[in-house]
Structures are given as C-alpha cells and as structure tokens.
Design a protein around this ligand. Structure first.
Ligand SMILES: Cc1cc2nc3c(=O)[nH]c(=O)nc-3n(C[C@H](O)[C@H](O)[C@H](O)COP(=O)(O)O)c2cc1C
Length: 357
C-alpha cells in the first residue's frame, strides 16, 4: 500500500512518488528524465527547442535506460504573424548594445524558434506512446489532442488561474498543473495576457482543487520537502519541481547560470518578456534592469530572442550574463546540487517523514 495520503496521481500516471521533474526546455534532457523516472518519480523530456531527430534520439536514449513512464512536453502556441515594423523597433532599442559590443547591427537578425506542437511531433507521440504528454500555453487544436489521447497517453497542462484550470478540464486534461506566480520559466498563461491575473501557489492550488475534479499538481516555488508537504496539505495530489532540479549534474545549465542560481536571492528574479516575447521568470540580468523586464517593443513569442543572439554570442564566452536568460523560480536558494535520482528519493523520504510526524 502506498504511504502517500493521496494516490490518485500515482494511479493515473503509474508512478511511485508524487514528484514530477518539470520539463525545462534547453535545460534538461533524457539523462535527467531517466534518473527521475528510475527513482520512482515522473521524468520529463521537454521538446520545445528540439527538432524531430533530436527528440527521437532522446526517446531512444530513454527507452534504453528506463522502463518507467515518461512525460513528453510540448509548447502549443500559435506561431506569430510577421511584423517587420515591430522587429525593427526592437532591434533599434538594442542598437546601443550592438555598438558597445561591436556586434554587426546590419547583419540579418537570427531567428529564434520554439516549435509548436503540430502533425510531425504528434506522429512521434503516436509511434513512441509515452505514458504522459504535457503541454504549456493551453492545449493543441482538437484534432491533434484527439490523436494524442488515442495513444492512451495521459494529458497534462499548466493552469495559472482557476479559469484556465476549468478550461483545461473541460477540454480533456487528465490532471492539471497549478502553476503559481513563483515558478521559473515561461508562465503557462493562455486565457489572458494580463500579468495582474497571475496567482501565487498558496492561493492558486486550493482554489483549483475546489474547482476541478481531476488531480491537481502544484508547481511554483516548491524547493524542498517542506513545499511538497504544504502542497499536499492544500489538496494537491502531486508536485512539479523545476528550479530545484537545475543544480543537478544532469541539468544542461551553463556555469554562469549555475553560479547565479547558487547566489541569487528570493527577491532577485522577475517576469520578463525580453528573451522570447512571452513572460517568463528568470534571475534579473543587466538587460532586464536597463530596458525594464517587460517591454512593449519585444516581438511576439518566440521571436524576441533573435535580436539578442548576436549580443549573447559575444558576451557569454566572456562569462557575462548581461544579455542572457537565467530562468529561475523564486526558491532557487533551496536547490541542492545532488544527482537527480538521489534528489528525488531524498525529497520523497523527507516529505514522508514530515507527513508522519
Ligand atoms: C529553466 C526552466 C525551463 C522551463 N521550461 C519549461 C518547458 O519547456 N515546458 C514547460 O511546460 N514548463 C517549463 N518550465 C516551467 C516548469 O514546468 C515548472 O512549472 C516550474 O519550473 C515550476 O516552478 P519552480 O521552478 O519554482 O519549481 C520551465 C521552468 C524553468 C525553471
């Protein structure tokens, strides 16, 4: 018999521990997912920054090393309409930095991309049949979602408000990630673009639990066993931790990002749209301070990052994060530099010990 007070999520996803390693595009891959799923949690493979060959290779690596369940994660945004005037205005705002760094302002702007979920990745899901498929920014259109569900995969998505949670349940989600304001990375918001609508984890989780009948997974600011116990007390059936896994050796995080995570304070992150065009939480860097973390000039997701690429190409090799996105939630200081499997087991053991007290 399970020692956990609520087994709905464990039964639904086929996991032993109610701990999901957050998919973190660009920062985690199969190594992290293997370690977490082998430890009894749910490992996740973020696909938003991978092409089809890369996703296939990661799936193959996972299958070789783990029989446990896997969560394949996709972004499901609408690709933006071209807006050359906005792109030009954004690049103009960055011109002083191009001059300072000696970057070629007149060279064509690189294209920053995040692939939305469409027919080709859906075919991969049909072939691989992961236990879980999770989405960020809502859900894909009905035809694609029906194809995913026909594989037998359980479908998850992030809600940042009660309205979004209800919408996700009505549109077929099997469990809902209640993503509080504290969370690192992109806000999963999809019914509103107004940041004033965003809710902290402590307020969001119990209200989502009251509003939907599917299991709720708490995310945002959960950095150790205390956060897990608190989330379960609020009615969550499980938790999804992102920032807490970023110091693991399996994380693909630059030395500068790792260092920043270890030294940042609770008060040193902000929601910014400068790096992609959508609000995401990261450690405040120079460009966020100087342009303001939110700019009306930033091109629509995912295009804003293109004009920053030449600046990063010059600054990052010199150890500077002035123009870099250092995604992090508000609880980075709780993260421990342990191997991901060990971290997962330790989080579960400590949470269970506290629950038994
Ligand atoms: C570096 C980073 C990258 C992220 N990338 C994704 C992603 O690709 N897909 C996704 O669904 N969520 C992504 N998220 C959000 C996480 O799934 C999760 O909601 C969040 O990390 C929880 O908050 P915490 O960081 O305080 O634990 C990302 C978060 C971080 C920190």
């Amino acid at each position: 018999m399970s020692q956990w007070p609520d087994t709905r999520l464990l039964d639904l996803l086929g996991i032993e521990l109610p701990i999901l390693q957050a998919p973190m595009a660009g920062s985690t891959g199969s190594a992290m997912a293997i370690a977490v799923s082998n430890a009894g949690g749910l490992g996740s493979l973020p696909c938003a920054t991978l092409n089809l060959e890369q996703i296939s290779a990661e799936l193959h690596a996972f299958k070789q090393a783990c029989n446990g369940p896997l969560n394949l994660n996709f972004f499901c945004h609408q690709p933006p309409e071209p807006d050359p005037a906005r792109d030009a205005a954004w690049k103009q705002a960055l011109k002083p930095y191009y001059a300072e760094l000696g970057a070629d302002f007149d060279a064509p702007t690189p294209v920053s991309n995040r692939a939305p979920f469409d027919d080709a990745p859906c075919s991969l899901v049909e072939a691989f049949k992961p236990a879980v498929v999770s989405f960020h920014f809502g859900l894909p259109e009905a035809g694609l979602l029906a194809r995913v569900k026909a594989t037998g995969a359980k479908v998850l998505s992030s809600a940042t408000t009660v309205d979004e949670a209800i919408w996700l349940e009505q549109h077929g989600c099997d469990a809902i990630i209640a993503m509080g304001y504290e969370a690192g990375g992109h806000r999963g918001m999809f019914l509103s673009t107004d940041l004033n609508t965003q809710v902290g984890t402590l307020a969001l989780v119990p209200q989502v639990v009251d509003a939907v009948s599917v299991p709720v997974i708490a995310a945002g600011g959960i950095g150790d066993h205390r956060g897990i116990v608190a989330a379960l007390a609020l009615g969550a059936s499980g938790v999804q931790l992102g920032t807490a896994y970023l110091l693991c050796p399996e994380a693909k995080v630059s030395a500068a990002h790792r260092q920043a995570l270890q030294t940042t304070k609770d008060s040193e992150t902000a929601l910014t749209n400068l790096f992609t065009g959508r609000p995401a939480r990261g450690i405040t860097t120079r460009i966020m301070r100087e342009l303001g973390p939110i700019s009306a000039l930033a091109p629509r997701f995912p295009l804003a990052g293109g004009a920053l690429m030449p600046l990063r190409a010059i600054s990052e090799p010199n150890g500077s994060s002035d123009f870099s996105n250092l995604w992090s939630g508000q609880a980075a200081r709780l993260a421990r530099a342990l191997p991901a499997g060990e971290l997962t087991r330790s989080l579960a053991e400590r949470a269970l010990a506290q629950l038994r007290r």
